[in-house]
Write a protein that binds this ligand. Structure first.
Ligand SMILES: [Zn+2]
Length: 406
């Protein structure tokens, strides 16, 4: 898949050679595929030469390297996390590209290294207000074509890991650099305050059980396949079983082997099954129990905004009052439709468990009585100060307190 995407982009770049003016590459990739777009930007530039405009829309959970920056005219990043704005940002990119080709503007990209790594959900303050403000700046100042925050990706162990501020101006690199620095230092001053407060699995389950209305959505924030984990941690499910939760649905736990066994057993079968927690330390222990196979669906998909996200062959199984969706393609829990396609009405459940850091928020907030962010186990390197990086910089926050010497 990655190879095909790379090849088709490169061949697109080669075909663009006979187009007179522009190649606009709109690439959206997962953080784990970082090596491919890094190569793509410079390979595309090598193919099309310096006279053709090269720009791209990117996911902010990425690394802005010197090489990548040098290969393009400008980047536009999604501003929202959850990423609900990739169509809007593509329109920004297209507008800037067309104005450039018409000779009306000259985009120049200025970058400030915030020398920090953090997680920046825009569904809450302080990031919500920050993004609203940079969008107002874009709208009000004709010199500013685009402002982006490159969040960075703390599980990416590369020398360029970290948050960057990007300002694209109309031929005003000094103004862009000053604004990028000002905004970047403002972000730095708020370090450690962006991410939502989290509770452990015991508190999360107790609070959900004590709630008077549902559904209470518990997000297993660090076992997020979108961030690279397997999505098979069972720490939260084990706690639900210990505390005797009922009327609960868990979506999803990745276990292709268990799904195969359920497929072989068929709907309605009651079988002894071991599932989950096989991928890595810190994900809990496999769950053993006599489960009932409720529903089996091949090649199932959930909605994600205007698109669909596949989660492979899946089995809806029932264990001690809890409905669990086992899946065979790792997928973040984007949308309540992941439950409904497996025969579970998510609005009727007291507790819903999802595997997602923040992408679930936009869609689940519409049906949730309450949302709890739970840090369960250690499936993901979520504490950069303690993560044993081999290549990532050691002189950024939170590895050091004051990397800017302010
Ligand atoms: Zn992202």
């Amino acid at each position: 898949m990655r190879g095909c995407a790379t090849k088709s982009l490169i061949s697109y770049a080669q075909r663009c050679l006979w187009m007179p003016w522009c190649s606009v590459f709109m690439v959206r990739w997962s953080p784990m595929a970082m090596r491919i777009p890094r190569a793509i930007s410079s390979r595309v530039r090598d193919i099309v030469g310096r006279d053709i405009l090269v720009c791209a829309e990117l996911d902010p959970h990425s690394h802005l390297t010197v090489k990548r920056r040098a290969a393009v005219d400008f980047f536009v990043y999604f501003k929202e996390f959850p990423h609900t704005d990739f169509v809007d940002r593509a329109e920004d990119l297209w507008r800037i590209a067309l104005d450039t080709l018409a000779g009306r503007i000259k985009p120049v990209m200025s970058v400030f290294d915030c020398r920090m790594i953090d997680v920046y959900p825009t569904s809450r303050d302080p990031m919500r207000s920050f993004v609203d403000r940079i969008m107002r700046m874009e709208a009000e100042d004709p010199d500013i074509l685009s402002i982006s925050v490159v969040h960075g990706f703390m599980a990416g162990d590369v020398p360029e890991m970290g948050t960057k501020m990007v300002v694209v101006t109309d031929g005003k690199p000094e103004k862009g650099a000053a604004l990028a620095r000002e905004l970047g230092l403002e972000l730095f001053s708020k370090r450690g305050t962006f991410i939502m407060p989290q509770i452990d699995e015991k508190q999360a389950v107790s609070r959900a059980l004590a709630a008077t209305t549902g559904p209470v959505v518990i997000a297993d924030v660090w076992d997020n396949p979108g961030g690279g984990t397997a999505g098979d941690a069972t720490v939260l499910l084990a706690e639900l079983l210990v505390q005797g939760a009922r009327d609960t649905a868990v979506g999803t736990i990745w276990d292709p082997m268990a799904v195969q066994i359920c497929m072989a057993a068929g709907e309605g079968a009651e079988i002894q099954l071991r599932f989950g927690a096989k991928s890595a330390p810190g994900t809990g222990n496999p769950i053993d129990g006599i489960i009932r196979v409720v529903k089996l669906v091949r090649n199932v998909e959930m909605r994600f905004g205007e698109s669909y996200a596949p989660f492979g062959d899946a089995a809806h199984v029932h264990l001690d009052g809890i409905d669990i969706i086992l899946n065979s393609t790792r997928a973040q829990s984007f949308d309540p439709s992941l439950f409904s396609v497996m025969g579970i009405d998510p609005t009727s459940r007291k507790i819903l468990v999802v595997k997602s850091t923040n992408h679930f928020y936009a869609s689940f907030a519409r049906i949730a009585a309450e949302i709890l962010y739970c840090s369960a186990g250690t499936p993901y390197p979520n504490n950069p100060a303690r993560t044993p990086y081999r290549r990532a910089p050691r002189d950024i926050w939170p590895m050091v307190e004051n990397p800017h010497n302010l």
